[in-house]
Design a binder for this molecule. Structure first.
Ligand code: ATP
Ligand code: MG
Length: 298
């Protein structure tokens, strides 16, 4: 059964889409079938993976409206193990159109249910609002990943998000857990970042991800080339940091015996080392063909 992770924070511009694209592609690079679902009318995850605007394409809107099945809505991406259900700006209307709809909070959950068998991970990119679209994502999800900037006001607004999570747990989705809080656009050289991190550590404890995402220009450039960072510049600090985050998240939910088998057999007589994702690979595009590079030792 696949795990559904919603990347959400009602605050705008905190790195939700960058996290959704690069987390999903880093998991796919570990050879686990992954689906990214763009739940935001801005459609940034859709264009960030190189899908050109096309109003006729089946999108998350059609799923929410019950006009298409999830299988029909899944599109291929450049990365072999990554698929996407794109968004379209007409989803702004979905908030209103669904208001009197039957099971309006469960539309996405019901639509994605048949895909849980096919994908190991389903990552949902949410809009910057606690609206019906985000609510649908949080009802469909097993867990929420919260990207956050290490700013002085970081915790403001998070309490509202945590209240929302509590309310959803109490009524619509009792199983919703917190996958983690990930610091984005992080610069650990500043005193402020360190102070805020210490504060967030006290507040979230082990829910604060070990991996932090640095401010890195490659992460900002990659979407304009329609690529995840690991295809645009796989050696950049930004791409590396999302690989670390993906390792951490896979380790949360995957029992050790189910993890991909090691690329090389252990040397006879040596004790086998248990690592988070032993057969981690990075896909690099090379003269139109995809080759894999083992990045286990990174
Ligand atoms: P919205 O709330 O509008 O959906 P968002 O939370 O999805 O925004 P992003 O779109 O991921 O945020 O990021 C906002 C801007 O910051 C984008 O221009 C993105 O390229 C840039 N950005 C995000 N993360 C990083 C990073 N680690 N380093 C540099 N730039 C970044
Ligand atoms: Mg976004």
């Amino acid at each position: 059964m696949g795990r559904v992770i919603a990347v959400a924070n009602q605050k705008g511009g905190v790195g939700k889409t960058t996290t959704a694209i690069n987390l999903a592609s880093s998991i796919a690079a570990a050879e686990l079938d992954t689906l990214l679902v763009d739940c935001d009318p801005q459609s940034n995850a859709t264009s960030g993976l190189g899908l050109v605007k096309n109003p006729d394409r089946i999108s998350t809107y059609h799923l929410l409206m019950g006009e298409a099945t999830a299988h029909e809505a899944v599109h291929k991406t450049e990365l072999e193990r990554l698929w996407i259900i794109p968004a379209h700006k007409n989803m702004i209307g979905a908030n209103l159109e669904l208001i009197d709809g039957e099971r309006r909070e469960f539309r996405l959950r019901d639509a994605l249910a048949p895909l849980r068998e096919r994908f190991r991970y389903i990552v949902l990119d949410c809009p910057p609002a606690l609206d019906l679209l985000t609510l649908n994502a949080l009802v469909a999800a097993d867990s929420i990943l919260i990207p956050m900037q290490a700013e002085y006001f970081a915790l403001e607004g998070v309490s509202e998000l945590l209240d929302t999570i509590e309310r959803i747990r109490a009524s619509l989705n009792p199983e919703l857990s917190i996958e983690g809080v990930v610091l984005t656009m992080f610069d650990d050289r500043t005193n402020l970042a360190q102070q805020v991190t210490a504060e967030l550590n006290r507040y979230f404890g082990d829910k604060l991800c070990q991996a932090t995402i640095p401010r890195n220009v490659r992460l900002a450039e990659a979407p304009s080339h329609g690529k995840p960072a690991l295809l645009y510049d796989g050696r950049s600090r930004g791409a590396e940091s999302y690989i670390q985050l993906a390792k951490e998240i896979i380790a949360h939910s995957m029992p050790v015996q189910e993890m991909p088998t090691p690329a090389e057999p252990p040397v006879a007589g040596e004790e086998k080392q248990v690592v988070n994702a032993p057969r981690w690979k990075r896909w690099i595009k090379e003269r139109n063909k995809l080759t894999t590079i083992n990045i286990l030792d990174r």
